[in-house]
Ligand binder design. Structure first.
Ligand code: ZN
Length: 284
C-alpha cells in the first residue's frame, strides 16, 4: 500500500443514485450512517477519534460521500464546534487517523469548501441550492447548474545525466527540497504544463514526460498529477519569486535525503506527499 495520504478511500460513491432524493433520505436515516463535520481546514474530533454524529438540525444540508462495503453511508456537513475541531494537515502528519478515514476527509473537505464558496450563481448572482447529494448546485433564477471543481497541479521530478532536479521555497522548513510543481492552465496538456512550469521556475528545458501517479490534495481541492520529465540540458536559471533554490542532486544524495540521513542536513518530501512517490520513482 502506498504511504501517500488521501488515496485510500473505501467508499463507493453511488453516483447513479445521488439525484434520487428518496434514496438519499433513506441513507441519511440509516442507523449506521456517519456524518463528518468540517469547518475550513478542520474536522470535528472526539477523544482522539473522528466524530461521526448527525448534525443537530435535520435541515442541515448534507453532502453524500458514499457507502462502505457492507452499507455504511457517509455524509459531510459544514459547521464549527469550537474546541473539538482539529486541522487536517497535522492529523495527516501525526498519523492519528487510518488511511481510509483520511481519504474520506479529503473528499469531505473539498466538497464542503466548494459549497461554502458557491452559495451564489456565477452567471446571475442569485442564491443557489445544493442538489444531487452535493455534486451540483442549481440556480432556480436562471436555471444554471454548477459542479464541484478540482484544480489540477503538475508535480515532477526532472532527470538529467543520472541527476535529479529539486527545488525549495523560502517558506519551507530549513533543508527541505521537493519536486517542482505548479497549477495547470486552461488549454494545456499535462506534458505542456510540466515543460512550462519547469522552464518558468528553473530555466531548465525538458523533453519527454512520463506519468507516475496522482493524489487528491484537499487544501482546498487540488489534484496532484505526478510525472517524471527528462531535461535536455542542465543549466539552471532560477525564478527567485517562485523558488529560493534549485539544485541537481546525485541519486545517492536523493536517497539519503528521502531517508532523512543526508550529512548536510538536507532532506526531501515526506511519504504522505506525492512528491516522495515521484522522486522515488525517478530513482528506480
Ligand atoms: Zn443563476
Amino acid at each position: 500500500m502506498t504511504p501517500m495520504a488521501f488515496v485510500h478511500s473505501p467508499l463507493d460513491r453511488k453516483a447513479n443514485h445521488r439525484s434520487d432524493a428518496g434514496w438519499l433520505q433513506q441513507r441519511r436515516a440509516a442507523r449506521n450512517a456517519k456524518f463528518i463535520q468540517v469547518h475550513g481546514d478542520a474536522v470535528r474530533m472526539q477523544e482522539g477519534k473522528l466524530a461521526v454524529a448527525a448534525p443537530a438540525s435535520a435541515e442541515t444540508p448534507l453532502v453524500f460521500l458514499g457507502e462502505e462495503a457492507g452499507g455504511t453511508p457517509w455524509f459531510a456537513f459544514a459547521g464549527n464546534s469550537e474546541g473539538e475541531m482539529q486541522a487536517l494537515r497535522p492529523l495527516m502528519v501525526g498519523g492519528a487517523l487510518a488511511p481510509a478515514e483520511l481519504s474520506i476527509l479529503a473528499q469531505a473537505r473539498s466538497l464542503v469548501h466548494w459549497h461554502e464558496k458557491h452559495g451564489f450563481c456565477a452567471a446571475c448572482g442569485q442564491k443557489t441550492e445544493m442538489s444531487d447529494g452535493g455534486y451540483r448546485r442549481h440556480c432556480a433564477a436562471c436555471g444554471a447548474d454548477h459542479f464541484p471543481r478540482t484544480d489540477p497541479v503538475v508535480i515532477m521530478a526532472v532527470q538529467h545525466g543520472g541527476n535529479i532536479l529539486l527545488g525549495r521555497q523560502k517558506a519551507w522548513a530549513p533543508g527541505m527540497y521537493s519536486a517542482i510543481a505548479g497549477f495547470m492552465e486552461p488549454g494545456e496538456t499535462i506534458e505542456q504544463a510540466v515543460a512550462r512550469e519547469v522552464l518558468e521556475e528553473t530555466g531548465v528545458v525538458t523533453g519527454a514526460v512520463r506519468y507516475v501517479a496522482s493524489q487528491p490534495w484537499p487544501f482546498p481541492s487540488s489534484l496532484m498529477i505526478g510525472c517524471i520529465a527528462e531535461a535536455v540540458a542542465s543549466q539552471i536559471t532560477l525564478d527567485e519569486k517562485e523558488l529560493e533554490n534549485a539544485r541537481w542532486f546525485s541519486r545517492a544524495d536523493v536517497r539519503l535525503m528521502l531517508d532523512h540521513k543526508h550529512p548536510e542536513g538536507i532532506h526531501a518530501s515526506h511519504p504522505w506527499a506525492i512528491a516522495h512517490t515521484v522522486i522515488s520513482a525517478a530513482l528506480q
